[in-house]
Design a protein around this ligand. Structure first.
Ligand code: CDP
Length: 223
């Protein structure tokens, strides 16, 4: 691999398909993958577990410090409790606090800059990867889809995990989270100026992957 690591930055709103696309791309290209939302979810979850308030800076920073100690353990970020709507909502509250973002930044940059052997590069997905975490990424994708389709997907995902939810509740949570993520001062969700927009409203997962692979193969000549 050249000295400059290959980086693919994927951003987009909740349930847009960015996580699925990021995982599939990483697997196809033999790149490492980081779901940065899981970091914010872990912080939000930790605050709730300790009885704190996700909007409180002190509580959220204490949770960041506790996460830093256990993030190396793979089970920390694969905990199924992180996937609930409660954790998602808590995540988007802690994520609006700039010092929380600062505390999680280096972890994400280190992952992108030094992918572990044998990976040839890294794919990171989140809200601010192309704009803040890795503005140097050779490929920036902004994955989106209309809100109703996203709510439907999230509802099915949660139900398939045995979490009882209604469409209305998921739609409402998603609306609130989108508004918070795009409206916040700290690293608001928006496409980087040089991002390629992929609208997955009418695309299957395979179609979205094929499009992204086409861009990747153009950008990384030796892949
Ligand atoms: O999976 P989903 O798209 O629902 O959300 P996620 O990617 O797991 O992220 C959960 C929350 O973390 C988001 O609503 C954002 O507020 C926050 N987040 C962020 O601010 N920056 C990131 N790079 C990733 C997530």
């Amino acid at each position: 691999m050249s000295d400059t690591p290959y980086i693919i930055a994927i951003d987009g709103p909740a349930a847009s398909g960015k996580g699925t696309l990021a995982r599939a791309l990483a697997e196809n290209l033999n790149f490492a993958h980081m779901d940065t939302g899981a970091l914010y979810r872990a912080v939000g979850y930790e605050v709730l577990q300790s009885g704190g308030s996700p909007a409180d800076e002190g509580d959220a920073l204490a949770a960041c410090a506790s996460l830093a100690k256990k993030v190396a353990n793979p089970e920390t970020l694969s905990n199924p409790d992180l996937r609930t709507d409660e954790s998602g909502n808590a995540a988007s509250q802690v994520a609006a606090i700039q010092p929380v973002r600062d505390a999680l930044l280096q972890m994400q940059r280190d992952f992108a800059q030094s992918p572990a052997e044998p990976y040839r590069g890294a794919v990171l997905d989140g809200r601010d990867i192309g704009t803040v975490v890795c503005p140097q990424a050779q490929i920036k994708l902004y994955v989106t889809a209309n809100m109703e389709i996203r709510a439907e997907r999230r509802m099915k995902e949660l139900q398939s995990k045995g979490i009882p939810v209604t469409y209305e509740a998921v739609l409402e949570d998603m609306r609130a989270r989108d508004a918070r993520d795009t409206g916040r001062k700290a690293a608001p969700l928006k496409p980087a100026e040089d991002a390629i927009i992929i609208d997955t409203s009418d695309l299957s997962q395979d179609e979205a992957l094929a499009k992204a692979l086409e861009y990747a193969k153009k950008a990384f000549a030796d892949i």
